[in-house]
Design a protein around this ligand. Structure first.
Ligand code: ZN
Length: 280
């Protein structure tokens, strides 16, 4: 079972959260590596893994494929890395679970190309990915979605989009993807707002910590590994330290040219390659 804690090393036992491990209930801390929207960009994924601090397990928020030129390689690597997955709209489109009517032409072309590339095994794996929200056994405070808790395909771009789910949430912390915008939203009684990590460099590996506060609800997006759209071309990911209650946002430069060359070599639309350089 990939969506289980099988294989997780629970020796780093600490306080705050409970984890069911080998049918024993233990209090422990975990460092969850959050990857989302890899979009078949193998070079970006490898750069993230090289830049990632030590972690206990990977949670993948969907859109493993679509747009990029390495769908099979990225699925292979993601399966090796991850125990916890939710499906994204591009994962559905590439396996016939979603009509392409709502896709823009570039996304639709890439979805059809991806569908043709997938090995039967990878198609089956992608097709079987679970729909969010996904709860983590032993972590009642956390849930994982691709789009929004109420609609896996909805885009949470602004505080206006986030307000209804934030106020309706019974789970205080939701990790989501889909928008390819790193950062998130919070609400605590009288205040609700959005936030983005502020980086000092434009081309180097860098991380920014974000301390979670008590009695506050959050929706947090680790950003897109393989196709950032916040104007920063670097691959994005995050690490959630459950003990310190800190989300570390990360950016990692990657071999952009190699990723672009794969897209061009596949005869996918050139715009899918050029947009990577702009982070749009
Ligand atoms: Zn996506």
């Amino acid at each position: 079972m990939r969506n289980s804690y099988g294989g997780i090393n629970a020796t780093s036992v600490c306080s705050r959260f409970a984890l069911v491990y080998n049918r024993h209930f233990v209090w422990c801390t975990l460092r969850i590596l959050l990857l989302s929207d890899i979009h078949a960009n193998l070079e970006a994924l490898e750069a993230c893994m090289a830049a990632a601090p030590p972690y206990d397990f990977v949670a993948n928020l969907g859109d493993v494929v679509g747009y990029g030129g390495s769908p099979n390689e990225v699925i292979e690597r993601s399966r090796d890395l991850g125990q916890v997955f939710v499906r994204g709209n591009h994962d559905k489109a590439a396996t016939g679970l979603l009509e392409l009517d709502d896709f823009n032409p570039l996304a639709a072309i890439a979805a059809i190309w991806t569908r043709d590339q997938l090995t039967p095994e990878h198609h089956e794996w992608l097709h079987a990915l679970p729909q969010g929200p996904l709860s983590l056994e032993g972590f009642p405070h956390v849930q994982l979605v691709h789009g929004s808790p109420g609609d896996e395909d909805a885009y949470i771009v602004s505080i206006g989009d986030a307000l209804v789910p934030l106020l309706a949430l019974t789970t205080p912390l939701t990790f989501f993807g889909h928008t390819h915008l790193q950062g998130g939203f919070f609400a605590n009684g009288s205040v609700a707002d959005g936030f983005r990590p502020e980086y000092r460099t434009v081309g180097q590996a860098e991380s920014v910590p974000f301390q979670l506060k008590q009695n506050t609800r959050y929706m947090i997006n680790p950003g897109s590994v393989g196709q950032p759209r916040d104007g920063d071309w670097r691959a994005a990911f995050a690490l959630f330290d459950t003990d310190a209650q800190v989300v570390h946002f990360h950016r990692a430069p990657y071999n952009l040219k190699a990723a672009q060359d794969r897209i061009l070599a596949a005869n996918l639309p050139a715009r899918l390659a050029t947009r990577l350089a702009a982070g749009r």
